[in-house]
Design a protein around this ligand. Structure first.
Ligand code: GLN
Length: 538
């Protein structure tokens, strides 16, 4: 029997619901429970796949090919919980399924309504996590209590609890307790009001988790308990951590969030030993050295647009015992000021994925700079495509070489639309998505880094390396490091005579974790450390 934890948010957004949910999941997993995670998002897009990173931040891709909210990245990285298509439902996806059913006459003449049809579909989405292998499912409700658009989700989880056996469902409300500097006071009123909004629709939180900058005093706990109708011992403080987000599970364990949740779910307490984890946190807080990696992108000013990339770089730093300083470089500025100027301080470069024309010349300049100056470079998806275009233009001397994504009629389409993409009319969920096997070339640097012949990596693209030109590239030293098992799709390229110059069509960042860094990121960071040593000696 799968038990359920629902996490709602109050007062303001961005108070770390995803990290809190993932930290709780991690603690429960450490105690030997099998945990699944899910996010319900109130917006009407069917998935974030068609949304701009400015709107939504990064699109996280699951192994089974769903384009999802970036919180799922936290779940996978932080809690080591594998997510799937069932891990992210939006209002759009729920409504779409209900309306499709209506069009095919499945409601037998009934008036289709938010209650019960939409709420039933939401409950079904929650139940899609039920599995003999899952003890506890954690569902995070996106948005903030009081939003009009999240009402059907809240109504559905109210019903869900009513229908579930007693002790099977726990509601956790994450709220914000602001510290008013001028008055030097913590204010509980916004939390009281946000719980009042939940109570209006029949939800009384079992546990109140309070995000705060300064410790709560007994008087605050008493007040929150009284006005929010939550017992004092279930008002839990989540103080801002000082150094790293990886301290959050330790702090929440100190406050016994996991113990109290298990109590409410009537599950036995199993042992938790955080000694080794604490040692790991201490270690990552005191790295032996540092290294700088420039990330050349076009959404650089948006903090969440390259979330998994930044995380994966950090993970690689943890294992190499260095702090990775990310130098964010706006691709268009590179066009303006030149690569030599903006990349001078970089020990390594990363060109991430992306779509569309804007910023492409800058990314190509970055690839050229890395190739010519022997600066370690990892290009991901669009990054690899830019490396290919650069090589075609500057080494093969095809000055008009391009991707048909940018110049449809180019005479040298070195990057082209994949065959099965050519007649597509629909843009949502139709890219080549999710995990695919990649065959690594025997003598490649990649094969050496992975230490295996085949690997599974996640994808999200429509365009690919045009194999018609393969021999030309190979003859000048850009070799194929990986292909699809049938050899049709070039999955990675690399330069033979270069310290580290790898471009991959897939997205390694989605499979990196703090304690299991991805080999390509580790490879980049280690190569950057080498370069730093050499340049420091000069
Ligand atoms: N726009 C490119 C494509 O569709 C790259 C996609 C990406 O970087 N994720 O192939």
């Amino acid at each position: 029997m799968t038990k359920h934890i629902f996490i709602t948010g109050g007062v303001v957004s961005s108070i770390g619901k995803g990290i809190t949910a993932a930290s709780l999941a991690w603690l429960l997993k450490q105690r030997g429970f099998r945990v699944a995670m899910q996010k319900l998002d109130p917006y009407l897009n069917i998935d974030p796949g068609t949304m701009s990173p400015y709107q939504h931040g990064e699109v996280f891709v699951t192994a089974d090919g769903a384009e999802t909210d970036l919180d799922l990245g936290h779940y996978e990285r932080f809690a080591d919980v594998e997510c799937s298509k069932n891990s992210n439902y939006t209002s759009g996806k729920i409504y779409h399924s209900v309306l499709e059913k209506e069009r095919s006459g499945k409601y037998l003449g009934a008036t289709v309504q938010v209650i019960p049809h939409i709420t039933d579909a939401i409950k079904e989405a929650v139940r899609s996590l039920h599995d003999d292998r899952i003890d506890i499912a954690i569902t995070e409700i996106g948005g903030t209590a009081g939003d009009i658009e999240s009402l059907p989700f809240l109504e559905a989880i109210r019903q869900f609890r009513l229908e579930a056996p007693r002790g099977d469902v726990v509601f956790i409300h994450l709220t914000y307790v602001p510290f008013i500097r001028a008055a030097k006071e913590l204010k509980t009123k916004p939390s009281q009001q946000s719980v009042a909004l939940l109570r209006n629709i029949g939800i009384v939180p079992d546990i109140l988790v309070c995000r705060t900058e300064v410790p709560l005093e007994e008087e605050h706990i008493k007040k929150l308990s009284l006005f929010c109708n939550v017992p004092e011992d279930l008002v839990i403080e989540e103080l801002d951590v000082q150094n790293t987000v990886y301290e959050v599970p330790i702090e929440l364990a100190k406050q016994k969030l996991d113990v109290k949740t298990l109590d409410l779910l009537r599950l036995e307490q199993r042992l938790l030993d955080l000694t080794e984890y604490q040692q790991w946190v201490n270690k990552i807080l005191h790295p032996a050295g540092e290294v700088s990696i420039a990330v050349v992108g076009k959404y650089i000013k948006h903090q969440d647009a390259y979330k998994s990339i930044y995380e994966a770089l950090r993970h690689a730093g943890f294992s190499a015992d260095v702090k990775v300083n990310v130098i964010p470089v706006e691709a268009e500025e590179l066009e303006k000021y030149g690569a030599a100027k903006l990349l001078a301080k970089a020990d390594g470069i990363l060109i991430p994925g992306g779509f569309g024309n804007r910023g492409i010349p800058g990314k190509i300049l970055a690839a050229e700079y890395a190739r010519e100056n022997r600066v370690p470079l990892l290009g991901i998806c669009l990054g690899m495509q830019c490396m290919t275009i650069e090589f075609a233009r500057n080494v093969l001397n095809w000055t008009d070489a391009d991707s048909t994504e940018f110049v449809p009629g180019t005479a040298h389409p070195v990057i082209d639309l994949m065959r099965d993409q050519k007649n597509l009319k629909k843009y949502g969920g139709t890219m080549r998505l999710g995990a695919c096997q990649c065959k690594l070339s025997p003598d490649s640097r990649m094969r050496e880094l992975y230490g295996k012949d085949t690997v599974s990596e996640r994808h999200r693209h429509r365009y690919y390396f045009n194999t018609a030109y393969l021999d030309d590239f190979v003859s000048r030293g850009l070799r194929v490091a990986a292909t699809s098992p049938d050899g049709e799709i070039v999955e990675a390229v690399e330069l033979k005579d270069h310290p580290f110059y790898i471009g991959c069509q897939f997205h390694p960042e989605f499979q990196s974790g703090p304690r299991r860094p991805h080999v390509l990121f580790s490879g980049l960071v280690r190569a950057a450390m080498e370069r730093r040593k050499v340049t420091a000696g000069k």
